[in-house]
Design a protein around this ligand. Sequence first.
Ligand code: ADP
Ligand code: MG
Length: 886
Amino acid sequence: MTEQPSLSADLAGDVTPLMAQYLAIKEAHEGYLLFYRMGDFYELFFADAAKAAEALDIALTKRGKHLGDDIPMCGVPVHAAESYMEKLIRKGFRVAVCEQTEDPAEAKKRGSKAVVRREVVRLVTPGTLTEDALLDARSSNLLAALGRSAGDFALAAADMSTGAFWVAALSEGEIAAELARVHPRELLVPDGLLAHETLGAVLKACGAALSPLPSSRFDSAHGERALTAHYGVAALDGLGSFNRAELSAAGALIAYLELTQKGKQARLTRLKRVAPSHFMAIDAATRRNLELTETLSGARSGSLLSVIDRTVTAGGARELAGRLAAPLTDVKAIEARHVSVALLAADSELRSHLREALRATPDLSRALARLSVGRGGPRDLGNLRDGIRAARVLREGLTDIALQGEAADAANAIIQNIAAVSRVSDRLELLLVDEPPYLARDGGFIKSNVHAPLDELRTLAHESRRVIAGLENQYRQTANVPQLKIKHNGILGYFIEVSQQHGDRLMAMKDMFRHRQTMAGAVRFSTDELANLASRIAESAGAALDLERALFDEMTALALEHEASLGAIADSLSVFDVLVALAELAVASRYVRPSLDNGLGFRIGRGRHPVVEAALRADNARGFVPNDCDLSPGSKGRLWLVTGPNMAGKSTFLRQNALIAILAQMGSFVPADTAHIGIIDKLFSRVGAGDDLAAGRSTFMVEMVETAAILNQATAKSLVILDEIGRGTATYDGLAIAWAAAEHLHETNKSRALFATHYHEMVALCERLPAMTCVTMKVKEWNDTIVFLHEVMPGAADRSYGIHVAKLAGLPQAVVERAEDVLRALEEGREGHQPLARIDDLPLFGASAPTPKTNAVEEALRSVEPDALSPKQALEILYDLKRKLI
Ligand code: ADP
Ligand code: MG
């Protein structure tokens, strides 16, 4: 690969001034691909060019020489740069955007060889994106920083698009779950930490793009200064009290934002402290396994989120995903959500009014974020205007309605903040055209007749154009060339054009027509009058453009003065969207309001699996079979052992109860007839022999690591779902592990738990462990087939179903009979001893051993003598052999 030359080493040689500038800038931005602006392109050179050309699949070319060698180069047009950047960011690159920061004409004044001044205006990293083209509208894009001070840790996270900013103090053991909840796109870590034995692996596995930074950036005193500077306060006391690790994390994050935005201040709300205990702890394995936001194969469709998401705005979709990722543990806070959903679910008219207003809501948060870091355009201002408009419409529908809970708070916030932003909205409504363009560059976003000076300039330009149109006729007569035309292009500006044959006639009229250009078939001229008009047009159009840009800046500044209010409106609209969407879901899918308290109950009446139910509904197949689950104190048991043949519905039953708990605590209604849940502090879900080969660990090792985490962490307030653990190893040690895990859960963790197993032997545990009970999936035999009724009932599965299924599947009779013998021997062995010895005693394929069929083809082949055959005979034999095969 091409080396990236360094400036200091090369200065001795004769480096062109342009290359010297390039190398100096490149050296200051190590680790970034430098997008170096040259006219209408961003160019990349040397090693950057080679990497980008490969990643983007674009041509690698050459430009000039550097110290005698060709300089590899590739470029992307500025107007399409966003899509290229998106591709590069997705492939793990970071980009430094270097712009020309002066007019080339200015540079020329310094001498003909002077290089245009350039500066890096922004570092593009995965966690600091704001452009719609670079972001998924429906998911958040978080930047996080893991801070450390002595043995304490803290994770700070910020969402540039909503301004949300928070920090959580953590013990080392809590880091993995917190990372799983926050799910950052980019994670800043002190570089030393990656080498840390256990933590390094956790960080690498968290799915974020890791940005290691020197440890000095995580200095807590540094952090404190960065925070006070950002918030413009003398001391942090006013913001709350933060420990050293929290300051380290939050400070490093703020400093990084300033670094990447090149000093422009990203919009961040007041730093909030959160505690992991505010949320139901759900580790990464559990999230994956329950397919909360994506399926095991990585698709969004088929996940819980895809089934429950009925939001109609991008902000609402992000808020819903955020809530699903972080179910709450505070009963009051959850009920504030439930009470709002209940109210909206009961009022379909209100719901449809709100949805209509919400549908017209643009992505306010992201528009605001772009404006605040100086990357906004007229369309973003238009989004603010339309967002405020939508909020007004929404509010109007709420008069006379007594809201409660979160919806009431959101409505109040909207009412107050709409009043606060009236100056912004009046100004935007007055000035902006209906559909403003994306960029301010070319103007055209201020309405006519709303700004007199602008109108005047526009009229001037317009008038001059009319005069020019009139001139055409005049010149045709003067020159007596009816075909004469006045045209315009970017190089000559306005000019007069006649065909070759009439050229001489105008050439002769030297006083009037000045020759400009002779083309094949055409001759071009100018006049003083035309030149005057043209410059007047250019001047007034330029002045109009300047004025529009000034108005854009003025409107942006006004909006940013009201950033907090606009942000609050955006957040409240998102909250409304979520609440209405959950109410819609509850009505459409028959979900009920769960009741919650701080006890240890877990009683679900006729619960359903939201995703399987939706799939069955879509299939128009038979409906989902609801099932009860009661793990409450005083019920038959807080630990249920679920047995039953494959495909009977065990896994579905286990998962549906976990999903119901998550839905309830995130503030949603749940797919059941009744639900009572004592707040769950941690949720664990494991599936035996989960395939994690990608991470390079054996499946059984993974299974055991995950099981160990549960047994070490689950409490009496936790809910544990264990689906066939121990499956990943040989029968007896697998059984032994499953057995011991069940005992430990029962005796030590005392969690509410569902345990599905194919180890029939474990049924014996139900008699020994008082809080454990056995249930099984009901199965019916019918006309030689097995019908799974998907119904949970007390008891244990009939052991021989596996063999029965094998028979139905067409396994040879001999194999089925042998299996039955082996099973019987094993079962007897279970009561007595040495089951394996007994199996050895069994006659191997005794009477029923099949006699092998003689093979006709083989026999025929044996009798063939190839040397004695004519080609025709050989062919006949070949046909004959083929027939014998059938
Ligand atoms: P197991 O874990 O016992 O092998 P699963 O839970 O994977 O069985 O269920 C197998 C299939 O049976 C599911 O994919 C689903 O289509 C169907 N199923 C499971 N439970 C139910 C139910 N309660 N009602 C209807 N169909 C169900
Ligand atoms: Mg299963």
